[in-house]
Design a protein around this ligand. Structure first.
Ligand code: NAD
Length: 481
């Protein structure tokens, strides 16, 4: 394990210092591919939470970040990015082992985290208000001010890059940040704390706490002294957090789950479709909020696409993340069991198991790549998030029917269209009810493209310049001359 951990224990980064939990409580962090305990993680105490909040408030009131010259805040963001790059190799190994993901994807997460700090570093000195003409006797202008303390709750599927996705714009705008790491894989995120500390973030402006969601997480979001909640995770947890936000009238950003559909029209390039299925549902073992969960194929291409997806699933190399296979384990036994149960229910409701459907007979939480056909649009498996390598294939006859099926869930995170006809791509993209639409490549887009959901997939946007405006509020100053 990384030399950063003391005696194989990850501590809590609390307002500039590293603390164990006062109650000396630890979580054992398991390698999902081997069941081996790889390190222990100290759970933050309520006292540490109080210290983090007090430190964040003091730093904000002192104006540590907000009164820094914007160009210096930009430089600080770039220094953070450099420090993240320095630890990317060590960090990738830790992340690979605690989350099960491939070493190369884990390294990408660290690089992506660095890129977020560079991206928002690039605009930290360009958060410009506007001047509003009110006639010769007045001067009126707007300024963007940070909220204060941004409390951020992070899920386990991309702990490092998702934390950076929210921390970077929040800090770039001058907020203090308190992060609650995910309990299944908190170690690499704790390493990010070391990078931030080494880059010289002002004391108190960042804390990273380890804790159980409905204990420490719930206490953080219910605190009377936070100014914003940023939550990335499941719908039920988001709903529970929103109740705390209602009580204290605290604004929230909700990045929740999805049940995303790709529509394959008869003029689609089938190679593009198959490549997108590979990354869309088998990357990170399907544990991706924006995964390609439902594949809607027109009658004309149905058999061909299904055959190609079957061959793809048979060709996947499955193994430990350190060996960079195509398919890695599921994060925990609990998740694996849930996936199996959902598949069982799908079959009982009439879906046909094309391949997979069960755990692999080997050590580790490995799920076989699974394809279900004959899936009815209204059935449980077509409506619920699975969070595993499970592709639901359906068929359609007309464009209207495809759009209706794609839009027919409670979610609206992303969707996809495969066609060579630009007019149809454009028309369909505008009819799809989701925050982002991919045309001819699942996960097209990047750091600069706004991301977020509609309906139960949440509200607010991360990534791009747009995300920055989640982390500031507008003040208007009206002057009578
Ligand atoms: P989860 O909701 O179980 O947990 C997410 C985080 O919330 C964890 O840190 C957990 O400890 C914390 N938490 C749990 N209960 C809490 C409470 N009462 N108060 C405060 N915090 C609490 O989700 P998960 O299983 O970690 O992640 C998977 C889910 O996240 C999926 O639904 C997935 O779609 C979603 N997700 C969404 C995005 C996005 O950007 N839209 C990205 C990644 C994951």
């Amino acid at each position: 394990m990384s030399h950063i951990f003391e005696n194989n224990k990850a501590l809590n980064f609390v307002a500039g210092t590293w603390l164990p939990g006062d109650d000396n409580k630890f979580l054992d962090i398991e390698d999902p591919a081997t069941h081996e305990t790889i390190a222990r993680c100290a759970l933050a105490s309520t006292k540490s939470l109080d210290l983090a909040i007090k430190g964040a408030r003091n730093s904000f009131e002192r104006g540590d970040l907000v009164n820094m010259r914007p160009v210096e805040r930009s430089q600080l963001m770039f220094s953070i990015a450099n420090e993240i790059r320095e630890i990317a190799d060590d960090g990738a190994e830790v992340l690979c082992r605690e989350s099960g993901k491939t070493l190369s994807d884990a390294k990408d997460e660290f690089i992506e985290a660095a890129l977020y700090f560079e991206y928002y570093g690039g605009i930290a000195d360009k958060i410009e208000g506007k001047s509003i003409p009110l006639g010769p006797d007045y001067i009126d202008y707007t300024v963007y001010e940070p909220y204060g303390i941004s409390a951020q709750i992070i899920p386990w599927n991309f702990p490092v890059s998702l934390a950076a996705r929210s921390m970077a714009p929040a800090l770039a705008a001058g907020n203090s940040v308190i992060v609650k790491s995910p309990e299944l894989d908190p170690l690499a995120l704790s390493m990010l704390g070391h990078a931030l500390q080494k880059a010289g973030v002002p004391e108190g402006s960042v804390s990273i706490l380890n804790g159980i969601g409905d204990d420490l997480g719930a206490k953080l979001v219910a605190s009377k002294d936070i100014d914003q909640v940023v939550f990335t995770g499941s719908v039920p947890t988001g709903q529970s957090i929103l109740k705390s936000c209602v009580n204290e009238v605290v604004p929230a950003l909700m990045e929740l789950g999805g049940k995303s559909a790709a529509i394959v029209f008869e003029d689609a390039d089938v190679d593009q479709v198959v490549d997108s299925v590979k990354s869309g549902i088998f990357f990170n073992a399907g544990q991706v909020c924006s995964c390609l969960s439902r594949l809607l194929v027109c009658d004309e291409l149905y058999e061909e696409v299904l055959d190609r997806c079957y061959s793809l699933s048979e060709s996947l190399v499955i193994g430990h993340g350190l060996d960079n296979p195509d398919l890695t384990p599921i994060i925990s036994e609990k998740q694996l069991k849930e996936i199996e149960n959902k598949i069982e229910r799908a079959i009982s409701e009439g879906a046909k198991l094309v391949t997979g459907g069960k755990r692999l007979d080997r050590t580790g939480h490995f799920m076989s790549p699974t394809i279900l056909s004959n899936v009815k649009p209204g059935s449980y498996i077509a409506q619920e998030e699975i969070f595993g390598p499970v592709l639901c294939v359906m068929t359609f006859k007309t464009e209207d029917e495809a759009i209706q099926i794609a839009n027919g869930t409670e979610f609206g995170l992303v969707s996809g269209v495969f066609t060579k006809n630009l007019s149809r791509a454009h028309r369909t993209a505008s009819a799809l009810k989701s925050g982002q639409v991919f045309v001819n490549e699942w996960f097209a887009g990047g750091m600069a493209t706004p991301f977020g959901g509609i309906k139960k997939s949440g509200f607010g946007r991360e990534k791009g310049t747009e995300a920055l405006y989640n982390y500031v509020r507008t003040k208007n100053i009206a002057i009578r001359l």
